[in-house]
Design a protein. Sequence first.
Lengths: 96, 203
Amino acid sequence: MWSSIKNLFGGGKASNGTKCKDPQKCLEMLQLVVDNEADPDKAAQFLKKIEGCKMCTDCYEQDNCIKDILNSKVERKSVPQDVIDCIKLKLKEDSN
Amino acid sequence: MEKTPQKYSEQEKDNIFNNEFMPHIDAAYNYAFHLTLNEDNAKDLVQDTYLRAFRFIESFQKGTNAKAWLFRILKNSFINNFRKKVKEPAKVDYQEVENIYNSEDTELNVTADLRVEVLQSMIGDEVANALNALAIDFRTVIILCDIEGFTYEEMSKILDIPIGTVRSRLHRARNLLKDKLKEYAEKMGYQDKRRSKNNTNVQ
């Protein structure tokens, strides 16, 4: 697990040359922040904290962007009307 | 999620069905399509889900999260009736994933050079294809979280897995999706500058 995190964060070293002090914690917190699962105050503190770490800010921007394009660009299918008609018909038949 | 069965009149059942269940039918169909990757199977799955929902309506508590309740029925119905029929990427072997995740030799594909601008320039079909190429359990958590906007707690209830598993599965799913998106990005002519640089340094 630790080696995975180290790899993900460039061996625990940010690309601006400074070390990410706690990559495991950053990784966990990044996910919570991106998914709006973190307490708002803690999220704000975390985002302030990672300002100096390029790797963390890049990961944050990338994850946010992927979430955004999934939400905005993937076509949302609408159910065909015949499915709705069929459901209503079957329920009507069952109730009779 | 299961509560003490309610007693509803026929009128109340109709009201719940029409006012609390039906508004989510497009989302349910969208989820069904991403699970089955086939319009006819998605139609059957949604129909089956809604008929079951009506049949078991007394186990739904009025005013609670109807969408999550319906999605849970849909997921169970898919597993019981459709999963065997659907041609899909191989089922995830979680032990194998865990081994990969913990291996000292693992080189996770660092995607820090997958630029935001490149991602933003992708069209919906490319993103959808990358998503649909994931194994179903990984695809599912991304759909529920990033497309349908469910919380970790809701996902935990829909999928019947602990929140910790939701988080780790989501993390793994996103890394795999990044790999797929990166493949598309490279096809578009984008090159991983850092990898090229590292290769040059090694030589």
